[in-house]
Design a protein around this ligand. Structure first.
Ligand code: G3D
Ligand code: MG
Length: 175
């Protein structure tokens, strides 16, 4: 039997405050949605393996969550350093978080260059509060040249999918 190789990658989860970055990471790494944890201070990361048995390979995703709080801007450069991919997250109930995606992407380009990215519209469980349409999300993603998914950290919808996709894209780019 072939020996399984492990590769580690750093993935940034970016977006305005309260779009659900920490919730998405927690949902993916623990399978749970928790309403009670404290707000992220500074930066932190959680890890999770994504397995590719057919390639005898496993990917260790280091998922970095950055506080949107301006007080922590000084750590940003270190935080961005050597990331291989990013998830750009907005909240479908808050159009300003959608409009911020372009700036967030500009920042990412400045520090990391062009790395694989996925755009995510989160909180689709809040059906009656939706203010950004699927089409708006898809069209922004198309313009920037990235894939687009809508998720709910609360219900878990598409959460596994987006982390596996970013892992796939990073593999294509780096291995
Ligand atoms: P952030 O890390 O991007 O700042 P958080 O965002 O993960 O801390 O989430 C911000 C708030 O949105 C939290 O609520 C969290 O429970 C909620 N949230 C995150 N994802 C979803 C989702 O998919 N659906 C719904 N309905 N809520 C979500 P509080 O009330 O603690 O501010
Ligand atoms: Mg957070």
């Amino acid at each position: 039997m072939e020996k399984t190789k492990t590769f580690g990658f750093k993935v940034l989860v970016l977006g305005a405050p309260a779009v659900g970055k920490t919730s998405l990471i927690r949902r993916f790494t623990t399978g749970k949605f928790s309403e009670t944890y404290s707000k992220t201070l500074g930066a932190d990361f959680l890890i999770k393996f994504v397995d590719y048995p057919e390639r005898s390979m496993r990917i260790l995703l280091q998922l970095w969550d950055l506080a949107g709080d301006a007080r922590f801007r000084f750590i940003r450069r270190d935080y961005y350093q050597e990331a291989q991919g990013a998830l750009l997250v907005y909240d479908i109930t808050r159009p300003n978080t959608y409009r911020e995606i372009r700036d967030t992407h500009e920042n990412l380009l400045t520090y990391c260059g062009r790395v694989p990215c996925i755009i995510i519209g989160n909180k689709i469980d809040l059906v009656n509060e939706r203010k950004v349409s699927y089409e708006e999300g898809a069209s922004l993603a198309k313009e920037l040249g990235f894939e687009f998914y809508e998720t709910s950290a609360k219900s878990g919808e598409k959460v596994e999918k987006v982390f596996r996709r970013i892992s796939d894209l990073i593999i294509e780019e780096n291995l």
